[in-house]
Design a binder for this molecule. Structure first.
Ligand code: NAD
Length: 372
């Protein structure tokens, strides 16, 4: 399988490492308008890989099977335009786009595209998240079997991410909401996606409160001072009556666990705690805790070590590698993508509703921003 890469900054280089580790896959070409990113990626990929400052030139000259798009969020829609004229298989980084309107445009193009269109919502693939979802009775293709779960019907889901601030990016594009979609789109689309995977229902209403209280306030760019939210609480209500919450802090480097997910249903409670890369390097493992409401209220816990099949660990417990395994296998077997443009659209729409809610101080329905 011959891969090309569009946008080879931090995440593009992570994708290159994943594809290098993937059996039967070859890194063939890379494209990025930034000479520094291109040079670093070329060094990583090797001299036999063709490097282009122009995406159009790469597409014209190379024979590829799949393309991985890791350019900044606000470029995804325009970067994709020439790719719709091909039948290449596409893996598009999250968030799908920065606005619901752009996501709807991409979703329509994806629907009539010959190749597979896959969105990089890779947190689904973190091995501790997969164990958590398994306990909730969620199958790999997103099927729900509450009768096989430890929770029964999930009524409450809370997700906490307490982490380090946003890293610097090429041309500091991620310092401004206009480029990212806002923190609750850029970063939290992963968590809104996990809510939809864990709860078999449509999100209907979102309430949020948040601010930029600590990070990046002393930074100055030609465009001005960054406008990045660094903390928020979000509540999402689902059509089936379940509710989910997100607790985000981006000035919480000193956390034993970077993500904590807790689901409570009519039968029990499942919790997973996932260390960030620093704590992981210091030897802390993810923990899964399962509790029941049955006689004696039994609680069990287990540590989740590295997933053996992962050949490149990356920054998220091997999630990107496992995502590539499924993307590649869908291409080989001609099967449907497991993470679709529609998933990308909903995760952006929920983030957009949350951004609107906190800006306007009111509850926002998904229907009013065009999804129902
Ligand atoms: N899945 C994850 O957990 C995860 C983590 C980090 C970033 N991302 C996503 O990956 C994407 C890239 O983020 P990053 O951290 O690598 O940023 P980055 O700034 O490190 O790299 C982006 C690269 O894209 C290039 N670029 C800009 N415009 C382009 C265009 N029109 N065509 C081709 N290349 C272009 C830039 O020159 C730069 O080299 C973003 O969408 C981001 O949200 C996902």
């Amino acid at each position: 399988m011959r891969y090309g890469f569009i946008g080879v900054g931090m995440m593009g280089q992570e994708h290159i490492r994943n594809v290098q580790a993937l059996p039967g896959a070859t890194v063939v070409a890379i494209a990025d308008p930034d000479a520094t990113s291109l040079g670093a990626a070329q060094e990583l990929a090797g001299e036999t890989v063709s490097a282009y400052l122009s995406v159009a030139e790469m597409l014209a000259k190379e024979s590829l099977d799949a393309v991985v798009i890791s350019s900044p969020n606000f470029t995804h829609r325009s970067v994709l335009e020439p790719l719709w004229q091909t039948s290449l298989h596409l893996l598009i980084e999250k968030p799908l786009c920065t606005t619901v309107e752009d996501c709807l445009h991409v979703q329509a193009a994806a629907d009539s595209h010959d190749g597979i269109v896959w969105v990089g919502l890779e947190y689904r693939y973190m091995p501790p998240v997969q164990r958590f979802l398994q306990e909730l009775g969620v199958g790999q293709a997103g099927t729900h079997s509450p009768e096989k779960s430890s929770t029964g019907r999930v009524r409450m889901l809370s997700i906490r991410e307490h982490r380090f601030p946003f890293l610097d990016k090429v041309g500091h594009w991620n310092r401004f909401s206009a480029n990212t979609g806002g923190t609750l789109v850029e970063k939290c689309c992963h968590f809104f996606d996990l809510m939809r995977v864990a709860i078999p229902s449509r999100p209907v209403r979102v309430m949020a409160s948040g601010a930029q209280d600590v990070n990046h306030l002393d930074e100055r760019y030609p465009e001005g001072t960054p406008d990045i939210l660094d903390n928020a609480f979000v509540i999402v209500e689902f059509e089936n009556g379940a509710r989910a919450s997100l607790d985000l802090s981006m000035f919480a480097e000193g956390s034993a666990f970077e993500q904590e997910l807790v689901a409570v249903g009519d039968l029990g409670k499942v919790e997973v705690k996932i260390p960030g890369f620093m704590e992981l390097a210091r030897g802390r493992q993810a923990e899964l805790i399962v509790g029941s409401r049955s006689t004696g209220w039994p609680v069990t816990s287990e540590q989740i070590g590295a997933e053996e099949s992962v050949r490149y660990l990356g920054a998220h417990h091997g999630a990107s590698y496992l995502e590539h395994v499924d993307f590649c296998s869908a291409i080989r077997n001609g099967t449907a993508p497991l993470v679709t443009a529609t998933d990308g659209l909903w995760s952006v729409a929920m983030g957009t509703a949350a951004q609107t809610s906190l800006a306007e101080g009111r509850a926002v329905t998904l229907a009013e921003i065009g999804l129902s």
